[in-house]
Design a protein around this ligand. Sequence first.
Ligand SMILES: Cc1cc2nc3c(=O)[nH]c(=O)nc-3n(C[C@H](O)[C@H](O)[C@H](O)COP(=O)(O)OP(=O)(O)OC[C@H]3O[C@@H](n4cnc5c(N)ncnc54)[C@H](O)[C@@H]3O)c2cc1C
Length: 428
Amino acid sequence: MSEVMGITPSSEPVDVLIVGGGPVGASAAALLQMATKDTRRPLRVAVLELNRPRASAPEAALDSRVSALSRASERILTAIGAWPLIPPSRMQAYERMRVWHESVQPRSADVLEFDAAYAGEPNLGHIVENRLVQTAALTAFESAGGTIIAGELGRLRAHDHHVELETSAGTFACRLVVGADGAGSAVRESIGLSAETSSYRQTAIVANVRTELPHERAAWQRFLRTGTIAFLPLADGCSSVVWSADDSAAASLLALPRTDFEQELLRESDSVLGAAKLVTERLSFPLRKLTANRFTAHRCALIGDAAHVVHPLAGQGVNLGLLDAAALCELICAAFRKREDPGAQSVLRRYERWRKSEIEPIALAIDGFNRYLAHGVGPLSRIAQRGLALVNRSDEVKRFFITRALGLDGELPRVARQPPAAPSAPLS
Ligand SMILES: Cc1cc2nc3c(=O)[nH]c(=O)nc-3n(C[C@H](O)[C@H](O)[C@H](O)COP(=O)(O)OP(=O)(O)OC[C@H]3O[C@@H](n4cnc5c(N)ncnc54)[C@H](O)[C@@H]3O)c2cc1C
């Protein structure tokens, strides 16, 4: 068995080995490392990451892969000391959301508007490049003494008291393996956890654009019968476009010359931000829904996209994944403080019950929203589409949606509930 930075798993397994150092896995690792680093026997945590990105230079152009991070995510990233590592010049707070169906005018009273001020909040969240979230969380983990192993998972074997992982960097053992290796999770496959998957038959086209009109620190989203167009405000004044369209329409849009694509965008967004010029290449992502039937198995837990993938129209993927990470870490740390095994069945059972009951209704709601608002033409869809205007007239219902957007509803892990006292304080 190989030795990586003092980790010698053959004689003494690592307590927790996280496969996948994406935004979710890296944050889980940092949460665990920081929570116990000042104790007599800190948890030994390692991350196995296949493809660690380099941080962007502060002056580099903004990446087109961005996410809308909720307040709950901001709190989790603050608790691990990652939030202050993201340069303020590269994150954009958004203060309102404007959502409308193609059947209504983009600047009319029928546009559903969520304003942070309704909830007495300064903003609804921040738009941040994925790569920055990931590199900040990995840096925070390393600064707290964690080990990152550069390698790819091959096979995984669960034994009574440990799990053995064959990787391209050698063979490691741990008491608990956490699969944070994304939608195509090798951990999920290796341990034989099945997942319900279905394709939306849609592709998301993602690109940054400079628009004629200012974004007004708002996220704009238009539901079309053939998909959804969102403009997310970026720190450099540009906007990130996420255009989810039926596969064949998306293929045609991707094949268009840049200026023709820009014309289509102007037309399909009903000119809401005026003419838009592409400032990055167009990237594309096939969209599917995935929910693992179980989030845990013997000495194994899944978090983030490895456990569930939702349609990006609600901007929830990373946010739900960070809540998984925080929930699992809270339970592991509680067990660890009582000198219990971090991979104990009782920890895993509680984690699964907690997060499954939170995720399933949200995934269902996002699915329904996509089906009836973006695509629907029947009576149910018409009711849902008219419902947008009704929501607009009720402050109470709006506040409900704002709390959802902030990620502050449901059973929250402690670290997401209130701002931490100090960025690097150990979690109690
Ligand atoms: C178009 C689009 C827009 C989106 N917008 C938003 C948004 O606004 N807000 C939001 O919250 N979410 C959004 N999402 C969802 C979000 O991108 C995902 O939910 C998020 O990236 C999941 O993070 P993760 O860490 O679980 O997985 P990933 O980001 O997939 O990370 C997995 C990591 O595991 C590593 N890995 C994989 N296999 C192995 C292996 N075998 N061995 C070792 N390492 C491995 C990978 O290199 C990677 O670093 C969007 C998604 C799409 C497609």
